[in-house]
Design a protein around this ligand. Structure first.
Ligand code: 16G
Length: 240
């Protein structure tokens, strides 16, 4: 399956071959890959070529390396569609995963000018600052900090924040969450983010900012999130 006469670079052929094994399930998350040397001997290619293929696959999130232990198949990424306005709890349940939260902070603070501007309220008006680690089947996926006007959404508690905020707003307060705008930017995990998300310092993450509105365009939340880039990819359908 490695064709030396092909104009396609050898590392790329090997990369596609390993990707195929992962996609058809012959290699599963957590499986160790044979050492580079073995691949090199088997296909009569240089170890440099094998390393290049592995490095590409690590960068694309298919594999990960453990110092002194070898190269392993990574967990599949969650592919998150960007069309629907859904909550973390809904998204995880829809995938058959169990959502949970670890509440890091739950406070009422006076809105800074930035938060007030985002929520279209006055500076110093009370807002909830809710910081949560969001987990799927017990694995940290994202770190989210929500700002919600305390005059708009009354009576939030730590217990509610430990479950679904959208669920509470819609089912208990009978408000209709209607639209949102979202900006996604690549970044690398700070020391604190890495610790909370259980990833390496400086590992790739995505910073997501969401502004969410009720049906009458009242801002209902302003959220800053840090999503693990090794566990998430985003998908959007386009039409010309
Ligand atoms: C998602 C939203 C977040 C929202 C949360 C509500 C992104 C990037 N963020 O995580 O803005 O606050 O869902 O989830 O998608 P909940 O209802 O489970 O608390």
């Amino acid at each position: 399956m490695i064709n030396k006469n092909s104009p396609i670079p050898l590392y790329y052929q090997l990369e596609e071959h390993i990707k195929g094994l992962i996609e058809n399930g012959e290699l599963s998350p957590g499986d160790a890959l044979p050492p580079e040397r073995e691949y090199a001997e088997k296909y009569q290619i240089s170890r440099m070529t094998v390393r290049q293929a592995f490095t590409q696959l690590v960068n694309e999130g298919y594999l990960y390396r453990l110092q002194g232990k070898g190269t392993f198949v990574a967990e599949r990424k969650i592919e998150q569609p960007l069309q629907g306005l859904t909550s973390f709890t809904e998204d995880m349940k829809a995938r058959g995963l169990t959502p949970s939260n670890k509440l890091i902070k739950f406070e009422i603070i006076p809105a800074t000018s930035q938060i007030a501007g985002q929520l279209k309220i006055s500076e110093y008006e009370p807002v909830y600052e809710i910081k949560r680690i969001r987990l799927a089947d017990g694995v940290p996926m994202a770190l989210e900090t929500n700002y919600i006007s305390a005059n708009l959404i009354k009576g939030l508690t730590a217990q509610i924040a430990n479950q679904s905020l959208y669920g509470h707003i819609e089912e208990h307060l009978n408000l209709r969450i209607d639209s949102a705008s979202q900006v996604i930017e690549s970044s690398s995990a700070s020391q604190n983010e890495a610790k909370l998300l259980k990833i390496a310092n400086g590992a790739p993450v995505m910073h997501i900012q969401r502004n969410t509105y009720l049906h009458d365009n009242t801002p209902v939340e302003f959220v800053k999130s840090v999503y693990r880039a090794d566990r998430y990819k985003f998908m959007i359908q386009m039409k010309r």
